[in-house]
Design a protein around this ligand. Structure first.
Ligand code: UDP
Length: 363
């Protein structure tokens, strides 16, 4: 069988890497299975894309759709048009999409309209917040998915509630954690003076890129001020997402302990996270990684589609109101934080399970 694997944006690359490696392993064992890797081009600069291919040993894509830039609809449309052509030229048995980005939505629609099966890795998670483009991507993708590969029992229940038959739901765990566990021995300190001076467990890492936090300059400033106050002068490393960079420039924030830098490579970013006192973020994936690495994490969002990171992990939901942040940061400063309890099936073997199920279904 031929499987087409889609990736488009930064958080996709860590999710596809172990799936590709599991397919490559089966090929080496002599199994008759092929895959095509399609990069939609949603993220195209080196720091958001190319570096991850190199660090995570992802092979060069077989096709690049060049679908980056533009509005949500322009991007969705461009990717759909290009992906439909790709599918007509190289018709697979199944398209595998991951996560919740524009590419996930666009490619699942294009595939399903050509009556090609769709597998959604990380299916079933829901924030309930339709103001996030990701939630719309999840809902639409899951409405036409044939195989749901889920990360949690909560996701399974969301799908059951939506009337999805049990045989389509495969509770397999989290491929992002496969990558984390595989790469842990290779984490490395980033180059540069500021990173050399950091003391383990004596600095914070922050990331912010959700529209709700970064699109309004004044609320972005208020949040950064609250973070600076609550972290009491400890160094804060802030790799800035391209979306956030524009607004930050206009704010002219100048605090000696706030170190802004370009987005970091995966191995460097997670080196810093693993050794941090705490992490402040609005990312979804980062809350999963901090949980497994047992690093305190506060999420600057009002909701999450990854509630297991709160119940069993190290994540706390603070919301987007800067005045709520202080008590959480104080708890981190005092070293009073919950410990990672273990999340079922986040064991580094998820991609193996996925590939076994797919090969079994399509051979
Ligand atoms: N990440 C990275 N470098 C950075 C910031 C994040 O490698 O400078 C990684 C992080 O470890 C995680 C992924 O990017 O694996 C999360 O992506 P992002 O926050 O863009 O997306 P989300 O998870 O919010 O969809």
């Amino acid at each position: 069988p031929l499987f087409t694997i889609v990736a488009g944006a930064r958080p996709n690359f860590m999710k596809i890497a172990p799936i590709i490696h599991a397919f490559q392993k089966r090929q080496k064992e002599g199994l008759d299975v092929s895959f095509r890797l399609v990069h939609t081009g949603q993220h195209y600069d080196k720091k958001m894309s190319g570096d991850f291919f190199e660090q995570l040993s992802i092979p060069d894509p077989d096709a690049n759709l060049g679908g980056g830039g533009g509005t949500q609809a322009e991007q969705t449309g461009a990717i759909m048009v290009a992906f439909e052509k790709e599918l007509m030229e190289n018709r697979p048995n199944l398209v595998i999409v991951v996560g919740d980005v524009t590419s996930t939505l666009a490619c699942s629609i294009a595939a399903k309209k050509l009556q090609i099966d769709v597998a959604h890795v990380e299916g079933g998670i829901r924030s309930g917040d339709l103001s996030m483009p990701e939630e719309i991507n999840r809902m639409v993708t899951d409405s036409i998915t044939d195989h749901f590969f889920t990360t949690s029992e909560i996701a399974n229940n969301n799908l059951r509630k939506a009337g999805i038959p049990e045989e389509k739901i495969h509770f397999v765990g989290n491929t992002m954690i496969d990558t984390l566990m595989a790469q842990l021995p290779h984490f490395k300190k980033p180059e540069g003076d500021i990173f050399q001076k950091l003391e383990p467990k004596n600095y914070f890492v922050m990331t912010m890129h959700r529209p709700a936090n970064v699109d309004q300059e004044q609320s972005l400033k208020a949040m950064i001020d609250a973070i600076l106050e609550g972290t009491e002068g400890l160094p804060i490393i802030f790799p800035v997402h391209p979306r956030t960079a524009k607004n930050l420039q206009n704010l002219g924030i100048d605090a000696p302990n706030l170190h802004m830098c370009e987005p970091l490579g995966y191995l460097e970013f997670n080196y810093l996270v693993k050794n941090a006192k705490g992490v402040i973020t609005d990312s979804g994936g980062v809350t999963e990684e901090t949980s497994v690495m047992n690093v305190p994490c506060v999420t600057l969002r009002n909701n999450t589609e990854r509630a297991e990171t709160i119940h069993l992990g190290t994540n706390e939901l603070v919301g987007t109101d800067p005045s709520k942040l202080r008590p959480y940061l104080q708890k981190i400063m005092r070293g009073e934080w919950k410990q990672y309890q273990g999340i079922p099936l986040w064991d580094g073997k998820t991609a193996e399970r996925i590939v076994d199920i797919l090969i079994h279904s399509y051979s």
